[in-house]
Structures are given as C-alpha cells and as structure tokens.
Design a protein around this ligand. Sequence first.
Ligand SMILES: [Zn+2]
Length: 83
Amino acid sequence: MPGIELVCCPVNALMKKLPLMRSCKEVTALVIAREDRDLPLAEQLALRVHMAICKACPTFERQVLTMRHAMKQWRNYGADNDE
Ligand SMILES: [Zn+2]
C-alpha cells in the first residue's frame, strides 16, 4: 500500500529542512533523557515544537510520565513499609 508510512508520522518528512525539527526517534530519546537531566534550551524548544505537530510522541510522553508516577509510588510504598 503506497503512503502507509505517512500515516505513522508525516512530520518526519519535514525534519531535515528546519533546525528545530527532530524525528520521532530523536524526540523519544529526549523524553527519556529528560528523566535524568535537564535538557539544553534548544532541545526543550525542539521537543515542544515536535509535540505540537506530532500525534505519536505526546502519547509516548504520557506513558513515560505514567511510568515515572507509578515508579515513584512504588518507591514510596517500599519506604513506608520499612521497619
Ligand atoms: Zn513524533
């Protein structure tokens, strides 16, 4: 089927033309990296731009935040039950 890749993320076709554009692969790496360290301003901006125009990456970001929240609760649960 022609054009089926475009359904996934048409944004990726524009990536190389604009300096603040990142591919979905790069953005997911940034979302993960952001869990451990502060991103440079340019990367934060690129992340925002991408999230505004991409359908898939905001979903991924939500899942990461859900995971982080769950891990935090799990950690606190362990701490609460220590003698
Ligand atoms: Zn994306």
